[in-house]
Ligand binder design. Structure first.
Ligand code: RNT
Ligand code: ZN
Length: 431
């Protein structure tokens, strides 16, 4: 943290507290208790996606890099994490600048492989024991993801739905091992690990035998899920997509496919809001899915035109997702993960900005006068409902957010920008 003289801190703290007091009164006029909202933020646990620190490269081999799979990272801003110690350093920096609680979401390519390469069908819990130890020491949970891309066996665009039986088996084995690793994480850490399956399978141009590919995917998943783990250790989720780079015309793991599969097989559905048509709203899917699923998983991201992984900002989409979770009173049923990667700006700054945006969206959701809005709605008072929703947009939310940061002992307002600049100068630029 940047050092400040104590009188400066006291002054700033005083101003933050004063602004909070006034804002608290404003919200109270609308029947909203800001202290309660801040308390409820304890249930907003964000699973940090480790891959923002190194452009989804992973550490299987020296100089591993993201290859294919319908996702792409652009930019070469200096300071990318080149190994696990650097990644941990970055993650800990990110965590030190975030209020609230976090978990860490690892991909299979982030194991401790040392100089002994282990192919994806050979990874074991042993490659992740150090991560488990790290998580224990931080008191945080871990989530996990098979890595079904950046690999020669994924080169022709198909993995779990491949017609090449040898390749399909290879990926089935990989995902099975990932579940075993995830279950070990959950068991050791006393908090269930979500193992989220996303595959890049699809076709750039018109595909005709979609039926067979989807049948193969179904068979692969059935085989993968044959082993059952207690849900206190492991939860499985499946992530759909509309299209990707190189899979523009057909994606095997579409929303219809996974929604049906997950429901029928008691799995979680993972909604990545970058994976739908731009006029579709993931916010609106939440109360629908929650009628049928005990829990769902989110990948909060920002889609920009054809790309699904820009740094999250506090836009209407992020807000709508958070509001719908809060309105459904479903914080404990919705697992909040992040998914963005951008190498064109300070990665750690982007990471903190994106995560804070999600946290802000949830805090705004918690500060909504939901009962009043619902009453208007029930009474067909639609002008009043609309007016109040509009009024909420100009409420002094910033003062509540700053206070929330203050009580969490993390920089409020613009202070984290300086923190990131210092980190860049002292750490990132020396890599
Ligand atoms: C890709 C999916 C998937 C990945 C990560 C790295 O479109 O969103 O979640 O981004 O597994
Ligand atoms: Zn995703």
């Amino acid at each position: 943290m940047i050092r400040k003289f104590s009188y400066e801190i006291n002054m700033e703290q005083g101003k933050t507290e004063e602004a909070y007091k006034i804002a608290k009164e404003k919200y109270a006029e609308l029947g909203v208790d800001t202290d309660t909202a801040i308390k409820q933020m304890e249930d907003v646990v964000i699973s940090l996606h480790c891959w923002q620190t190194d452009d989804v490269g992973g550490f299987e081999k020296p100089d591993s890099a993201l290859g294919g799979g319908g996702i792409q990272v652009t930019g070469n801003y200096p300071g990318k994490a080149r190994n696990i110690p650097e990644l941990i350093q970055d993650i800990e920096k990110v965590m030190s600048l975030l209020p609230g609680k976090q978990r860490l979401n690892l991909h299979a390519i982030y194991g401790h492989f040392g100089d002994k390469f282990a192919d994806r069908d050979k990874i074991t819990v042993g490659h992740f024991t150090k991560w488990i130890e790290w998580a224990k020491s931080k008191g945080t949970g871990l989530d996990f993801n098979p890595t079904c891309f950046s690999h020669p066996r994924a080169d022709n665009g198909y993995t779990l739905s491949s017609k090449n039986e040898e390749n399909r088996k290879f990926w089935v084995e990989h995902v099975k091992r990932c579940r075993e690793i995830g279950a070990a994480m959950g068991k050791e850490l006393n908090t269930s690990c979500i193992n989220n399956i996303w595959i890049p399978d699809g076709s750039k141009d018109i595909a005709v035998d979609t039926y067979t590919h989807r049948a193969l995917l179904k068979d692969s998943l059935d085989e993968i899920f044959e082993t059952e783990y207690p849900k206190e250790y492991l939860k499985d989720s499946v992530e759909s997509k509309l299209f990707g780079i190189g899979s523009e015309s057909m994606v095997v793991g579409s929303y219809d496919f996974y929604l049906a599969y997950a429901l029928k097989n008691n799995k979680l559905i993972c909604l990545d809001n970058g994976h739908f048509h731009p006029t579709e709203q993931v916010g609106d899917k939440i109360s629908a899915c929650l009628q049928f699923f005990d829990e769902i998983m989110l990948h909060v991201t920002r889609g920009v035109r054809w790309d699904s992984d820009h740094v999250v900002i506090l836009n209407d989409e992020t807000l709508h997702i958070a509001q719908e979770v809060i309105r459904a009173n479903a914080l404990r049923r919705v697992n909040i993960g992040l998914d963005f990667f951008d190498a064109s700006l300070n990665r750690i700054g982007a990471y903190v900005t994106g995560t804070r945006a999600v946290q802000q969206a949830f805090l705004i959701g918690l500060l909504e006068p939901f009962n009043q809005l619902k009453t208007y709605e029930n009474e067909n008072k639609y002008f009043e409902r609309l007016a109040l929703l509009e009024i909420m947009k100009t409420m002094p939310f910033g003062a509540i957010w700053d206070y929330y940061c203050l009580v969490n002992d993390v920089p409020a307002g613009i202070d984290y920008i300086k923190e990131i600049q210092t980190y860049e100068k002292d750490i990132l630029n020396k890599r």
